[in-house]
Design a protein around this ligand. Structure first.
Ligand code: A3P
Length: 320
């Protein structure tokens, strides 16, 4: 069936969203067992919206005292951002059974940076409660670009799996994935509901939830990394600003730098090569793969879903 080809993992509906089936036990376990600390920073996103970049930026900014961004042995020069910042639901999915212990993040030293694709409404209540202290950074991206990025990524995942002997299915076409995406049937979809949950939370609790946009990060990476650092409680000092440390963080985490690192050229994650996480990194690539009619149809679905929310996708500087 189509759903097994795009994405190549089966999906299951739960709490109004579509989930990769193997992850669902991890979500349930995280909701039951994760114990937040006030210094925790969560990086939340819908897949293919700039998660890898945000992981690198937040990790580099938060740990810059121990690991100056120019250091030749910086962890991000040796490890993929996904190995520096783990997914909440991913790590819990590895030991979903309570008999295997409590909080799998407990051994991680503070301050912890933890990523998640879990929609806001389904995050552990211990994380979203106002008094908990931990913070959430969300990055959103134009759904058309997230969709095209996902399609390209899925092809690479399937090519990786093709090296295995079990004869994996052929990748779907962009049209096929488009139909499922419009229907909300994609990992963590519907995308617009995912975004809306975090958008509304950021309006209600701006001190707890920072809402970033991929397109704005591309236009002004240094401004956004300053915003990110300030929100995480590690604002760049005057001395650091004079030394260009924010610029150094941006440079370390840029597409060009990360893409050309040995670990990201030849390393792998469980189901894909690291290089699959670094493709073009631009806004508007959808126009090379979708027809204007497809774009108009998806835009209309999204516009209808967002009505009355005060939210619209894209760079806010362009719409004012
Ligand atoms: P494209 O496929 O459009 O190029 P995620 O990290 O959530 O999986 O998102 C992947 C998208 O972010 C890909 O988009 C990828 O190229 C882009 N990306 C990865 N690293 C980046 C970086 N350092 N700067 C800008 N974009 C980056």
């Amino acid at each position: 069936p189509l759903e097994t080809r795009c994405p190549p993992t089966p999906l299951r509906q739960y709490g109004g969203f579509w989930w990769p089936e193997p992850i669902l036990p991890g979500v349930v376990a995280a909701r039951a067992r994760f114990e937040p600390r006030p210094s925790d920073v969560f990086l939340a996103s819908f897949p293919k919206s700039g998660t890898t970049w945000l992981k690198a930026l937040a990790f580099a900014a938060l740990h810059r005292a121990d690991h100056p961004p120019r250091a030749p042995d910086h962890p991000l020069r040796r490890r993929n951002p996904h190995d520096c910042v783990e997914f909440l639901e991913g790590l819990f999915a590895l030991s979903p059974s309570p008999v295997k212990g409590g909080d799998v993040f407990a051994p991680h030293p503070s301050p912890r940076v933890i990523a998640t694709h879990i929609p806001y409404s389904l995050l552990p209540g211990s994380v979203t409660t106002e008094g908990t202290g931990c913070k959430i950074v969300y990055v959103c991206r134009d759904p058309k670009d997230a969709l095209v990025s996902k399609w390209q990524f899925t092809k690479k995942r399937l090519a990786f799996a093709a090296a295995a002997p079990d004869n994996p299915p052929k990748p779907c076409t962009v049209d096929e994935m488009f139909e499922l995406f419009c229907d909300g049937r994609c990992t963590y979809g519907p995308q617009w509901h995912h975004v809306l949950g975090y958008w509304e939370a950021s309006r209600r609790q701006p001190e707890k939830v920072l809402f970033l946009r991929y397109e704005e990060m591309l236009r002004d990476p240094v401004g956004n990394v300053r915003k990110l650092a300030e929100f995480m409680g590690c604002v760049f000092s005057g001395k650091e600003e004079a030394a260009g440390v924010a610029e150094d963080v941006v440079e370390l985490c840029s597409m060009d730098t990360l893409k050309n690192m040995e670990v990201n050229k030849n390393g792998t994650q469980n189901s894909v090569k690291n290089e699959a996480f670094f493709r073009k990194g631009v806004a508007g690539d959808w126009s090379n793969h979708m027809t204007p009619e497809m774009a108009a149809r998806l835009d209309k679905i999204v516009e209808d879903a967002l009505q009355g929310s005060g939210f619209a996708f894209g760079d806010t500087a362009e719409s004012t």
